[in-house]
Write a protein that binds this ligand. Structure first.
Ligand code: ZN
Length: 92
């Protein structure tokens, strides 16, 4: 089967999307850090590249569930995430 891409689930909104279209996150100690290249080792969590999903995952404990521990999530999303309008526009 050609063109198959691994799918990952956004821990913010719960939608499933191709891994490369999502933002990967990893832990540095207990702190959440972005992994823009998707190459950092260890367990990863994914969200849409949207501020909304980051906020939702942070406020609802999505990151904690994904990593199965208490994660220190920065209150402000790192640069690089877009508004949800741009991200979700063509994926409804
Ligand atoms: Zn999402």
């Amino acid at each position: 089967m050609t063109g198959h891409e691994p799918l990952r689930r956004c821990v913010g909104c719960g939608r499933t999307a191709p891994r490369r279209s999502l933002q990967r996150w990893v832990l540095d100690g207990s702190a959440l850090v972005a992994d823009p290249a998707g190459q950092l080792p260890g367990r990863g969590a994914y969200t849409c590249r949207a501020q909304d999903c980051y906020e939702r995952a942070r406020s609802r404990g999505g990151f904690n569930r994904a990593f199965r521990r208490a994660v220190q999530v920065p209150p402000t999303a790192p640069a690089g995430l877009e508004s949800s309008e741009n991200v979700h526009l063509d994926t409804a």
